[in-house]
Design a protein around this ligand. Structure first.
Ligand code: SF4
Ligand code: SF4
Length: 205
């Protein structure tokens, strides 16, 4: 599915001045210590990859044969952003392969910041969809197992908020302004409306 033109233009503008080369393949995935979010259209594709046996990590085996809803609850924290957009944040994997989520009450962001500020070890392992656990002491490159080359033009398994993130050079992230972030959330909600309702409909099937 082609990304809406307005989203493509936004991403193009967002990436102005950032590196045009594939610097991520040389990086240990520093940005993936704290994941971006997927939208419903992304998690549907991630689940398809899972069902086809294409989600493979070096240090963890995904639990087999989960139905869609259980797969989401196991591997994502879901919440509503800015009063409308349904967002799915990949969980973190601990050193002993336990999944670490954010409590599902109150503000997702506040809870996530609180947990990370009070448990610094959590920052060491990174998103469940890294090919192996992140370590700041290991500079060997890591990669996202959801990566797809068409991610800036089509809805893919790569969480769209991870597509939004760009770097000037390795680990030098172009930090978005608060306005830009709000515009991004509202734009996604406008282009992919009623996401919570559509998600609930899928769960009922
Ligand atoms: S976006 Fe930046 S921090 Fe993330 S993997 Fe690429 S170079 Fe590294
Ligand atoms: S989904 Fe991929 S790009 Fe996004 S945080 Fe996880 S590993 Fe990084």
């Amino acid at each position: 599915m082609e990304l809406p033109e307005i989203v493509k233009c936004f991403l193009e503008k967002r990436k102005e001045g950032t590196s045009k080369t594939d610097i991520c393949s040389l990086c240990n995935g520093a940005c993936c210590k704290g994941s971006g979010f997927a939208i419903l259209e992304n998690v549907i594709q991630i689940y398809e990859k899972y069902k086809a046996g294409l989600l493979k990590k070096e240090d963890y085996a995904f639990i087999p044969e989960l139905p869609f809803g259980q797969f989401i609850n196991t591997y994502f924290d879901d919440c509503i952003i800015n009063g409308g957009l349904k967002a799915f944040f990949p969980k973190t994997l601990s050193n002993d392969n336990n999944l670490i989520g954010v409590p599902p009450f109150g503000s997702y962001w506040d809870n996530r910041i609180f947990i990370k500020n009070n448990n610094s070890w959590i920052n060491h392992y990174g998103c469940i969809f890294l090919n192996r656990k992140y370590s700041e002491y290991d500079s060997k490159p890591n990669y996202c197992i959801l990566h797809e080359n068409n991610k800036e033009h089509e809805i893919s398994a790569k969480p769209i908020d991870c597509v939004f993130l760009s770097c000037y050079s390795i680990k030098s992230i172009k930090i978005p302004t608060q306005n830009e972030t709000n515009l991004w959330f509202n734009l996604l909600n406008y282009c992919f409306p009623n996401s919570e309702m559509r998600y609930q409909e899928i769960l009922k099937k």
